[in-house]
Design a protein around this ligand. Structure first.
Ligand SMILES: [Mn+2]
Length: 427
């Protein structure tokens, strides 16, 4: 696929209209006392990692309906991530999942990624399902299991994942443990926590000095009654106990309904323990829907906290932006392109907030004007702004239109007959 030609062709039909829209928006921003060029510069720096499992169709508890042309191995997954990157200009790295992406030829994989212009973000371990031939089972937990042999296996797996990441140039390990209990009485909360912390410590010791480890919390699922790392308080306790290389990852679907995610983000920034994000959206539970599809205002408010922290120069503030979604009914690539657009849009709107005015209204307790200051930015149609940022990076003015016009999916449907089980599906 000659993406340069596809993008050029698509952009040439849109650029005249775009120039008018961009000029009008830039004028509007200037009139409000903002700097359109400063916003564009920041927006062009936004980098989001695509999870390798995201380019495949996800599944639900009820079933999975794979689409045509899905990648059959990690090499093909990288091709798809490259397509998203060239169209959106914002996804230069992929986040692998071991064992779903396990291969022996790591050198070849690194070479393949280099040739596609891609790098590797956080590597993900998996101790939530048993692998073939595994000597002991994760059925009743992994890092917190009552049996030391199971804990040893889970620790060893994480160390192996670090080794994979080192060979590929990753600099972070992301751990989600599924440990927990489904019924009251099943687990001794404090002892399970102590065992988990001890396992985390052993993994932490194996971490290279320039690496970080992301501790992800989740209130339920697969365990239904309790999880060992249920909320950001527990993940903060773990990250603090481990040390400077450990921090807390916020998956936007892992806050109970009604929870204030943006405040959690602000508090983790304040504590110097925000590792980054798993972006997605939800309506009822951990739905892993397209980021910004259900609650775009919340996504905007999260980005407002990030913009404020960056502007205030908070020390150690370097959040990783990762997507964690399950694409069940949309084409996974289209969904990811849409997701990146929604993230660019939330970020652009947050950058448009008049921070001086907001601070002034907060100090004088002018509640209405403080809220309106946020809403003025949120209600701005930033589509010309993000299109302009993409255009300047050589990406598509309208990435979804360019993708559909490319014929990529039908080409891949021919190239990738689904004779084998697609690896890396997400439940
Ligand atoms: Mn996640």
């Amino acid at each position: 696929m000659k993406w340069n030609e596809v993008i050029h062709e698509s952009n040439s039909g849109l650029v005249t209209r775009h120039a008018l829209d961009w000029e009008s928006l830039a004028e509007q921003i200037l009139h409000r006392g903002g700097s359109p060029e400063a916003v564009i510069d920041r927006l062009m720096e936004l980098e989001i990692a695509v999870p390798s499992w995201g380019v495949c169709t996800g599944g639900t508890r009820f079933g999975r309906f794979p689409g045509p042309g899905e990648p059959r191995n990690v090499f093909e997954k990288l091709e798809d991530v490259q397509a998203i990157h060239l169209l959106t200009g914002s996804t230069p790295r992929v986040s692998l999942h071991i064992p779903w992406d396990r291969i022996d030829r790591l050198h070849d994989l690194k070479y393949h990624a280099d040739s596609l212009g891609l790098g590797f973000d956080a590597v993900n371990s998996n101790t939530f399902e048993d692998q073939q031939g595994q000597p002991v089972s994760y059925k009743f937990g992994s890092l917190s299991h009552t049996d030391k042999a199971v804990r040893d296996l889970a620790v060893q797996h994480n160390i192996e994942v670090i080794e994979v990441g080192k060979a590929l140039g990753s600099r972070a390990l992301s751990i989600w443990i599924a440990d927990g209990s489904s019924y009251p009485g099943q687990s001794h909360f404090r002892r399970a926590f102590e065992r988990a912390l001890d396992s985390y410590r052993r993994i932490y010791e194996a971490l290279p000095s320039d690496w970080r480890v992301f501790i992800e919390h989740k209130p339920f699922e697969p365990a239904c009654y309790s999880t060992v790392v249920a909320d950001w308080g527990i993940s903060y306790v773990i990250a603090s106990a481990l040390g400077k290389k450990a921090a807390c990852l916020v998956d936007l679907g892992h806050t109970p309904i009604g929870g204030n995610v943006e405040q959690t983000v602000a508090m983790l920034i304040q504590a110097r323990k925000l590792a980054g994000f798993h972006f997605n959206d939800c309506k009822y539970a951990d739905d892993d829907l397209t980021a910004g599809s259900i609650n775009p205002y919340q996504l905007f408010l999260v980005f407002v906290e990030l913009v404020l922290a960056a502007e205030e120069g908070v020390p150690d503030f370097d959040p990783a932006y990762l997507i964690d979604q399950s694409h069940n009914v949309k084409d996974p690539l289209e969904d990811l392109v849409q997701t990146v657009g929604n993230l660019q849009s939330a970020y652009a709107r947050a950058l448009l907030v008049d921070r001086e005015a907001l601070a002034r209204y907060q100090e004088s307790n002018d509640v209405l004007m403080a809220e309106l200051t946020l809403q003025e930015a949120f209600q701005t149609d930033v589509r010309p702004l993000i299109a302009e940022a993409r255009r300047r990076k050589g990406a598509a003015l309208n990435p979804l239109a360019a993708f559909r016009a490319s014929g990529y999916r039908s080409l891949k449907a021919k190239e990738r007959p689904q004779s084998e089980k697609t690896s890396g599906t997400f439940q």
